[in-house]
Write a protein that binds this ligand. Sequence first.
Ligand SMILES: Nc1ncnc2c1ncn2[C@@H]1O[C@H](COP(=O)(O)OP(=O)(O)OP(=O)(O)O)[C@@H](O)[C@H]1O
Length: 252
Amino acid sequence: MKKIIIGDHLIKSFGEGDERRNVLGGVTVEIEKGEFVAVMGPSGSGKSTLMFALSGTDHVNDGKVLFDGKDLSKLGENELADMRRTQMGFVFQQPTMLKHLNILDNIILPSMRGSRRNAAEITAKARALMQRVGIAELEKRDMTQVSGGQLQRAGICRALMNSPKIIFGDEPTGALNSKSAQEIMDLFSEINAEGTAILLVTHDATVAARTERIMFMRDGTIVSELKLPKYNGTDTDGRVGQVTAKMREIGI
Ligand SMILES: Nc1ncnc2c1ncn2[C@@H]1O[C@H](COP(=O)(O)OP(=O)(O)OP(=O)(O)O)[C@@H](O)[C@H]1O
């Protein structure tokens, strides 16, 4: 099984009666194990809805999602929650963290729930990840005492706690300045190089240009795709140029 995710003819609709409309109009997506992919498209084109569908965060109305060969619709709610917690990582534009807990405790909190590992093991893993992403000295601070980039690093540590097979990122650099955004993208590249698949939703051509495949959405369907070689730190401007040219071509 080479694919980590197959989304097969996904249909998702919202609204009732005359107001009802398809936000995903039969989308088929395949993501390879270890692949680094971006989804771009105008606001409201269905990017986040697609991500929620592929991650089992939200149910689809029709079509099916296979995660590592398992049909998500055949799993009970607990099994699905368990799969999301242990095999998928999530990074959002603004990491949601509890204000009254320090950064370290925020990182370990989700892993404590229903885990067979003991607290010392979990804490050691969190500290190792914090060290790795350069925020080891911030463990006692709370979320209001760190920068946006540092908070996002903490969010990435939290997403990596269970060594997921894929990370879903919804505009993970959207709230950051360009330097922090680049550093976060460097981190994603490193994580991907170690074999974790990554799916990012982004409006930013410089973010998308770091990935190896970009799917362009419009009105709930994938209208085009751009493939790039795996990023190795070279030809950054050329890659961004290819993404922006494609965006112009399809009118995004
Ligand atoms: N729970 C919901 N109920 C009703 N409509 C919804 C719901 N979630 C999303 N939508 C609608 O579905 C469409 C697609 O939303 P989605 O968030 O997937 O778009 P997007 O491409 O991620 O947009 P953006 O770039 O602005 O985040 C939008 O028109 C949105 O209003």
